[in-house]
Design a protein around this ligand. Structure first.
Ligand code: SF4
Length: 383
């Protein structure tokens, strides 16, 4: 375990792999430190508090023993949208603060909790769901690592990639590229098939402005794009087009991607239209483009920029069975805090259920009605 240790007043604070902050009351630490080593104290102390060291938010570490299912939420676990692609979400939290972020990640006004899933638990559940998919369709199974945040902040990302490589036919991952290094890319080469790299501008000032942090290093991301393109991993460059901010950049990004050899196997570019979301950030002067204008402009910039599921071999494949009906009344026990204020997480029938607009606490039981069950993502409202 790679960790640092500091003492702050009456707490001993460990930061593990730069991402998990563990706070232990000093009194308890002092009581056990003569008999046990730090790692034993960290893993067995029941009075510890966990935080995400990057975002500063409360953190839940979800292991098999926690009995929290990995289906039902968009911030962690596995999402099955009824195709041969399974989204694998090991953790939430981001090192950037993009001004258009659809999930208000990084320094956030709305998010109060992060989640991280134990790598063995996540891999075991992936295998079960991939087996189910294989029994129901013949298409190759893709494990796509993404999430509400930056997947390379997950401390066990290399282990996860290698485990998924053993179980899936294709492994792909999204990243903003900041945490990539040449060495890391070499280590995952042969285990990852495609990296979807977010890069929104070729201009340093605009890139920083969009990333929302002054220290954003565009030249590093450009260098990493070149390293990926020179490896056996395919590179897909995925800018978000934010009208009024990076209109001039799309052509430049395409020229760059073509020059370095992005898209060896799949499409080289995945230009995304900026959308306003309820819990997302909305840059003040950004105008929304409608889809008609967006696709027309893509056609003007270049050929084949409009993406279709077939471009990535994505086909329909039976979904996992749903466990609740919309409108169904349920009695739920709250197990965790939710991602935003006044939201809690309950567990029932092997699924996670978000309860919105509630003031109940962990351990309470609520009467609720299911309001969403699409893609086995469950939302309920207290009755
Ligand atoms: S890198 Fe992605 S998750 Fe992170 S702040 Fe930017 S848009 Fe949001």
């Amino acid at each position: 375990m790679d960790y640092s240790k500091t003492i702050d007043g009456n707490k001993v604070i460990f930061v593990i792999n730069g991402t998990i902050e563990v706070k232990i009351p000093k009194k308890i630490y002092d009581r056990y430190s003569g008999r046990y080593d730090d790692e034993e104290i960290i893993s067995s102390c029941t009075k510890k508090e966990l935080y995400n060291a990057v975002t500063g938010r409360r953190l839940y570490y979800i292991s098999e023993e926690s009995d929290i299912p990995l289906i039902g939420h968009t911030a962690f676990g596995i999402i099955d949208r009824g195709t041969n692609l399974l989204q694998v979400r090991p953790s939430s939290g981001c090192n950037l603060n993009c001004i258009f972020c659809s999930v208000d990640e990084g320094k956030s006004r709305t998010k109060v909790t992060d989640y991280m899933v134990d790598v063995d638990y996540l891999a075991k559940k992936f295998e079960e769901i991939a087996d189910f998919k294989r029994r129901n369709c013949i298409a190759p199974i893709e494990a796509h690592i993404d999430g509400q945040g930056e997947p390379f902040l997950y401390p066990y990302i290399e282990k996860l990639i290698k485990k998924l490589h053993e179980m899936a036919d294709i492994v792909s991952i999204q990243t903003n590229g900041i945490l990539l290094t040449e060495d890391l890319i070499k280590r995952i080469d042969g285990y990852v098939d495609r990296i979807n790299l977010s890069m929104h501008s070729m201009d340093e000032y605009t890139a920083r402005r969009l990333a929302g942090i002054k220290s954003y290093d565009l030249s590093h991301v450009i260098e990493m794009a070149e390293v990926i393109a020179g490896s056996s991993i395919d590179l897909l460059i995925a800018p978000v087009w934010v009208p009024g901010y990076n209109d001039e950049d799309m052509k430049k990004i395409i020229e760059f991607g073509e020059r370095i050899g992005a898209g060896k196997k799949w499409k080289a570019f995945g230009i995304q239209k900026y959308e306003k979301y309820k819990f997302g950030r909305k840059p003040k002067s950004a105008k929304m483009m409608n889809f008609k204008t967006f696709y027309r402009k893509l056609d003007e910039i270049g050929e084949g920029l409009k993406l279709y599921p077939e471009d990535f071999g994505i086909v329909k494949c039976a979904s996992l069975p749903k466990k609740f009906r919309v409108g169904e009344r349920v009695r739920l026990k709250i197990e965790m805090h939710g991602r935003v204020r006044n939201e809690m997480i309950a567990v029932a029938r092997g699924r996670v259920v978000q309860i919105i607009n509630t003031h109940k606490k962990v351990g309470d039981t609520v009467n609720a009605r299911i309001t969403r069950n699409k893609h086995n993502i469950y939302v309920a409202r207290e009755e």
